[in-house]
Design a protein around this ligand. Structure first.
Ligand SMILES: [Zn+2]
Length: 184
């Protein structure tokens, strides 16, 4: 393995780890601003709309909640659309009229809410980036250790630093030289 490639890989690993840490910190502040609140379903209806595939149906609900003496009414379109009215109605059953739902609101702007989404998932990409960086870093450390080992110039067996002769072929090893550097 070329020494320059290993340096390049180490740099890449460092970039991944730093990018992972920075994006994790940003994602974490975003995750923390979502707070749970009990919201009541104020209305629910199935709406019909046209797409290129034909007529589709989707549930539309209105969520109401109180926050610091302020009342919020937030209309929400359910994410799934169905070709039949019944499909959309069944999908909407979870949000029965008058039922209470625990939703997450954005503490900086309560009109912004999350329904059926776990904000923890915003941490997945930063965690994967950081993990990839750490794995790459471990590989680089292994490659550096491999490059730093002492090799017999005749038979290429790995020899200890203190040895004067190769244990494999008996070749006399230079005493003053610590490592045999690879020539690029
Ligand atoms: Zn040897």
């Amino acid at each position: 393995m070329n020494r320059r490639i290993v340096y390049l890989l180490s740099g890449l690993a460092a970039v991944f780890v730093i990018a992972g840490i920075v994006s994790m910190a940003i994602a974490w502040t975003k995750v923390k601003k979502w707070q749970p609140v009990a919201a009541r379903v104020g209305s629910n209806e199935v709406i019909r709309f046209q797409t290129r595939k034909g007529t589709m149906h989707r549930g539309e609900i209105e969520l109401m909640f109180l926050l610091k003496d302020m009342r919020y009414r937030i209309p929400v379109s359910l994410p799934n659309a169905f070709p039949t009215f019944e499909g959309a109605r069944d999908d909407m059953r979870r949000y029965g009229l008058g039922t209470t739902q625990t939703i997450l609101y954005n503490s900086e702007d309560p009109n912004d809410i999350l329904l059926d989404i776990d904000p923890q998932r915003f941490l997945i990409v930063p965690a994967v980036t950081m993990g990839a960086g750490v794995v790459l870093l471990v590989i680089c450390i292994f490659l550096f250790m491999r490059m730093a080992r002492r090799v017999c110039p005749r038979c290429a067996a790995t020899v200890m630093r203190a040895q004067c002769f190769c244990h494999d072929c008996g070749f006399p090893l230079p005493i003053r030289v610590d490592t045999f550097r690879q020539v690029i």
